[in-house]
Design a protein around this ligand. Structure first.
Ligand SMILES: Cc1ncc(COP(=O)(O)O)c(C=O)c1O
Length: 467
């Protein structure tokens, strides 16, 4: 055996102990850690013939990269939609690496990790109040979940015309209706050959809304004259967390012939709260749903779930089957995730989710969700009466979308955001909402508290007063 591998194998406990100590230290101090990277590391691309061993590599990591790691899992990282990682999720994630299973087959392919994945999906469906007739699996993020769901939708469209698009290729237009789809759904349409410019845009409701106008949706459906189509709806738009009317869409589903997809990447977790779950009423009738676990479930990247109605199982296998490799078995006889999603080999992504679901249960998630919503409202209430800022939309759930008041130029908003972020105390991201430059703060982290919001409000006050 290579000498360095031999040495490291013998010193494994010391190595992992050091990683543990440093990791715990980082997590215990995450509230104080900067949310902003001030420099980028110099890239050193030369690989020597002889390595340095794991411990020396660890020291190099700590010297060069660790000081630049931002508190992305901390309580004031409110950019994009960034979840943290619960203690149980971190434990599950470590174990995922230690056991290093290849999660694809339920039986007969060497390991049982796919059974853990199937159980985790059931737990998640229970948490979200969804029925058990969805077949789900883990992918890297909501982008890949949207891709997976829309790939099956594309296959369904082909089936309606007697075509097998997975085999024959896409030789037909695929009508897609949507009002405010997430950029990742649009990207998925590009990847799937449907074409991002093919979306038939449904008007949004009047009065500062991003949800689709049902009358216009029906008008656009009628214009298709019975042609099957895909409807991409939102279970929480990314700027203002507006929800499409799922009860009304479910009613349309009885009247028209379409595939109904919901991108509920983070908004789906509203189902954890009795107070907010009505936003999702009717979503159980969708053909497919995207839910992101590295957002409000607070598991480490990369973790999201696709949910596709079980009745579409054959279409899903037709889309993703890996059948030209005889050693992997018949896709219809032996259940194997590789025939249901884009990847073949994959890590046991479900384990961190399984840990956190078991550890905190429904009440834990009700707390996380309701706490984040209360914090967004706290920030929103401040902005509503502030002489310096204005809300671009009401705070509907966990996201605050706002801008500066009385600015000389639109660039002032970007300059303010840069100043705010460079304090390293908070991180928000820029957006454009209805043509206006704005700022978004999205709260989905289990660590965030009212004191964090107070701290950010006082920073915003100080910076705005100086302008
Ligand atoms: C509604 C929605 N869909 C999809 C995505 C894409 O998620 P991911 O970055 O996990 O691929 C996001 C990310 O913020 C989102 O908010």
């Amino acid at each position: 055996m290579n000498e360095l591998l031999k040495q490291d194998a013998a010193a494994l406990e010391t190595l992992l102990e050091k990683v543990k100590q440093k990791g715990v230290q980082y997590l215990e101090q995450i509230n104080e850690r900067s949310t902003n990277a001030e420099q980028v590391p110099v890239i050193e691309g030369h690989l020597p013939a002889t390595g340095v061993g794991a411990e020396a590599t660890l020291y190099e990591f700590y010297r060069r990269f660790e000081p630049l790691m931002v508190a992305a899992g901390g309580p004031r990282y409110w950019g994009f939609v960034t979840g943290g990682a619960t203690p149980a999720a971190i434990a599950g994630d470590w174990l995922t690496s230690i056991y290093d299973q290849n999660s694809f087959a339920v039986k007969g392919q060497g390991d049982i990790s796919a059974n853990i994945e199937l159980e985790t999906i059931q737990l998640l469906l229970d948490l979200l109040g969804l029925p058990g007739d969805f077949l789900g699996g883990f992918v890297t993020g909501a982008t890949m979940s949207n891709f997976t769901c829309l790939a099956v939708a594309r296959q369904w469209i082909g089936q309606q015309a007697g075509k097998d698009i997975a085999r024959e290729g896409l030789h037909m237009p695929v009508p897609v209706l949507a009002a405010t789809p997430h950029s990742s759904a649009i990207k998925s349409l590009s990847l799937l050959g449907i074409g991002s410019s093919q979306i038939i845009v449904v008007q949004t409701e009047e009065g500062n809304r991003e949800s689709m106008q049902m009358a216009d949706l029906e008008k656009k459906i009628e214009a298709l004259q019975g042609q099957p189509f895909i409807l991409v709806s939102s279970g929480g738009t990314v700027n203002t967390v507006d929800f499409d009317d799922f009860t009304a869409i479910a009613a349309l589903k009885k009247k028209y012939h379409f595939w109904w997809h919901i991108d509920a990447a983070f908004g789906g977790f509203a189902a954890c709260s009795d107070q907010y779950k009505q936003l999702l009423k009717g979503w159980e009738d969708a053909d497919s749903i995207t839910v992101d676990c590295h957002k409000w479930l607070n598991v480490p990247y990369e973790s999201a779930v696709f949910l596709v109605k079980d009745r579409h199982r054959l279409l899903q296998v037709a889309t993703f089957q890996n059948s030209n490799a005889p050693y992997l078995g018949d896709p219809l006889e032996n259940f194997s995730f590789m025939n249901f999603l884009p990847e073949n080999s994959r890590r046991l992504k479900a384990l961190p989710a399984w840990f956190t679901l078991k550890a905190y249960g429904k009440n834990g998630y009700k707390y996380i969700v309701e706490n984040c919503i209360a914090l967004a409202q706290q920030l929103g209430n401040y902005i509503e009466v502030s002489p310096h800022f204005e809300l671009l939309a009401p705070v509907r759930l966990n996201t605050v979308c706002f801008t500066l008041k009385n600015t000389a130029t639109e660039n002032d908003t970007a300059a303010f955001l840069q100043e705010l972020n460079s304090t390293g105390k908070v991180f928000m991201t820029a957006t454009v909402y209805k043509g206006k430059k704005g700022i978004r703060a999205a709260m989905v982290n289990w660590r965030s508290t009212a004191a964090d919001v107070e701290l950010v409000i006082s920073l915003m006050e100080q910076l705005a007063a100086k302008r």
